[in-house]
Design a protein around this ligand. Structure first.
Ligand SMILES: *[C@@H]1O[C@H](CO)[C@@H](O)[C@H](O)[C@H]1NC(C)=O
Ligand SMILES: *[C@@H]1O[C@H](CO)[C@@H](O)[C@H](O)[C@H]1NC(C)=O
Ligand SMILES: *[C@@H]1O[C@H](CO)[C@@H](O)[C@H](O)[C@H]1NC(C)=O
Length: 421
C-alpha cells in the first residue's frame, strides 16, 4: 500500500523519490525518469522478469523485516556490494537510499557518477529490493520518521567505520538512540578513495595544465608512475566468492548466453549490457578476462581493478548467473561445448573493440557457427570515460583524496580484528 504515492516500479525494484527539495527537484526527477527509463514507460511492471525468477518473491503472512542502508555509491565497487549483501542478511527486504548529487557536492565534493548512473548500479545489485532516490546525506529526525512510518523500515544499517557529519557529529546518532540501528563489518581492501588513487597514480599528470584530458591508453609505461603507492589491500578468499555466487547451474534445457570482457571499473554501461544479454536466454555466463589479457589489449595501466575484484563486481549483478574467473580471449569450440553456450554476444560500445581493430577476431568460432550476435549497447559510458572524468578533475580529486587517504592510512594502522562476514 505504501508503494502508491510518488513511487515507481522498474523491473521489480521499487523507487521512491525523496522530495526534500520540493518542486524543483521533482521536476528534475521527472526528467531523470524519462531518460533513465527510456522506452519502458513509468511505472513499468516487471511482468517479464518476475517470470524468470530473478526477483525475490514476496511471501505472504509473516512480517518481513525491512532494513535500510544508504550511501553515495560513487564509483561503486564490490565493497559497496558486500556491504549491501551483509545488510540484506540482517533482514528480509533491503531498501537502499542513494544520496543526491546536491548532497554529495555539499558534503564531499562533486561525484564522479551522476545520480542516474549510480541508480543503475545500485538497482543492478542482486541484494537490492527497493531504492529511495535522492536520499539525504544525514539521517535527520524527519527523514528517519519517513523511513520508519512510510517505508516501514525496521532497522537502519551502517558499517563499523565512523560516519561523521561536517560538524564532527555521528550521522547515525538518532537511529542509535531509537534502538533501530545495526552495524555490519567494513569490507576490507577497497574504497572509492583507493580506486581514485589507482587511476590518478596510473596516469602521468599532464604538465600543461590546460590539457586535462590525459589518456589512459597507449602511453609508454613509466614504472615510477604505475600502481606505485596504491597497492591493493584486497585479499581474495574463496568464501567471498561463494557469498556472491548464485550457486546454481543452468536448469535443464536452459538457453545459455555468453558475454565476455574486462568489466573494469564496473559501471552503469556494464549493468545495461548484462541486462540486455540476459534477456536473450535463461542463463547468463560471463567471461571476465585475466589481468594479462586486459593489459595486453588496452595498455599497461589497465586493468585498474584486478581479476578477482572485477569478477566480484560482475557476480554481484542481478542479471549474471555464472562467471568464468579468467576467461580466454578467444571463444573456442571447447568452451561452447563445455557450457552448452547457445549464443555469444558482444556490445557495440566497447573499449579497444576487437571488431574494429585488425586483431584476431576472438569471435571467429561462434560466428562460423552462426551463434554470434552484436548487441546495441544501451549506454555510451566506458571504463576510460569514467577514468577520464576523474582525470579531468584531477586537481580537485587529488586534494580530496589526500585528505581521505590520510584517514584510511590511520584506519589501517589502528585496525583490530572484528568478527563477522
Ligand atoms: C585531448 O588532448 C589532445 C592533445 O593532447 C587534443 O588534441 C584533443 O583535442 C583533446 N581532446 C579533448 C576532447 O579535449
Ligand atoms: C543445450 O542448450 C539447448 C538450447 O540452446 C537446449 O535445448 C539443450 O537442452 C541444452 N542441453 C542440455 C543437456 O541441457
Ligand atoms: C553516444 O555518443 C555519440 C557521440 O559520441 C552520440 O551520437 C550518441 O547519441 C550517444 N549515445 C547515447 C546512447 O548516449
Amino acid at each position: 500500500m505504501h508503494y502508491e504515492s510518488n513511487s515507481w516500479v522498474w523491473e521489480g525494484v521499487y523507487y521512491y523519490p525523496h522530495l526534500f527539495g520540493g518542486l524543483m527537484l521533482t521536476a528534475a526527477l521527472l526528467g531523470l525518469s524519462t531518460s533513465y527509463f527510456t522506452g519502458l514507460g513509468v511505472p513499468h511492471l516487471p511482468f517479464l522478469w518476475s517470470d524468470l525468477g530473478i526477483f525475490p518473491k514476496k511471501k505472504n503472512g509473516k512480517k518481513r523485516i525491512r532494513v535500510y542502508m544508504d550511501g553515495c555509491f560513487d564509483l561503486m565497487h564490490y565493497g559497496h556490494a558486500n556491504a549491501l549483501r551483509q545488510a540484506k542478511a540482517l533482514g528480509d527486504e533491503l531498501v537502499v537510499g542513494v544520496v543526491s548529487d546536491e548532497e554529495i557536492v555539499a558534503n564531499k565534493g562533486p561525484p564522479v557518477l551522476s545520480m542516474e548512473e549510480r541508480l543503475a548500479l545500485v538497482s543492478g545489485l542482486k541484494w537490492v529490493d527497493e531504492v529511495i532516490t535522492n536520499a539525504p546525506y544525514e539521517i535527520t529526525e524527519k527523514f528517519m520518521d519517513t523511513l520508519f512510518n512510510e517505508h516501514n523500515i525496521d532497522y537502519i544499517i551502517h558499517g563499523d567505520d565512523p560516519c561523521l557529519l561536517p560538524d564532527g557529529t555521528d550521522a547515525y546518532a538518532l537511529a542509535k538512540r531509537a534502538g533501530r540501528y545495526k552495524q555490519i563489518k567494513r569490507t576490507e581492501g577497497v574504497s572509492s578513495t583507493d580506486i581514485v588513487g589507482r587511476i590518478l597514480s596510473s596516469v602521468r599528470v599532464p604538465e600543461v595544465s590546460q590539457d586535462h584530458n590525459g589518456s589512459l591508453c597507449g602511453e609508454p609505461h613509466k614504472e615510477s608512475q604505475s600502481k606505485g603507492p596504491h597497492v591493493s589491500q584486497f585479499l581474495p578468499t574463496s568464501r567471498r566468492i561463494v557469498q556472491f555466487s548464485n550457486g546454481k547451474g543452468p536448469a535443464p534445457n536452459a538457453r545459455v548466453v555468453y558475454i565476455d570482457g574486462a568489466f573494469d571499473l564496473f559501471h552503469a554501461g556494464h549493468v545495461e549490457i548484462l541486462k540486455s544479454a540476459r534477456q536473450l536466454g535463461d542463463f547468463l555466463l560471463v567471461g571476465v578476462h585475466t589481468d594479462q589479457i586486459v593489459s595486453e589489449h588496452r595498455g599497461n595501466p589497465h586493468p585498474i581493478m584486478h581479476l578477482h575484484e572485477r569478477s566480484l563486481s560482475v557476480l554481484a549483478c542481478r542479471y549474471v548467473d555464472e562467471v568464468i574467473i579468467g576467461a580466454p580471449w578467444e571463444v573456442t569450440t571447447d568452451m561452447i561445448t563445455t557450457f552448452n553456450i547457445s549464443l555469444v554476444v558482444h556490445g557495440t560500445v566497447a573499449e579497444s573493440n576487437p571488431l574494429l581493430t585488425g586483431e584476431n577476431d576472438p569471435y571467429k568460432v561462434p560466428k562460423s557457427m552462426g551463434i554470434f550476435r552484436l548487441l546495441e549497447s544501451p549506454k555510451n559510458i566506458t571504463t576510460s570515460s569514467v577514468a577520464q572524468r576523474i582525470m579531468a578533475n584531477h586537481e580537485a580529486y587529488l586534494k580530496r583524496n589526500a585528505k581521505k587517504a590520510e584517514s584510511e592510512k590511520k584506519y589501517y594502522a589502528q585496525k583490530k580484528y572484528v568478527s563477522g562476514d
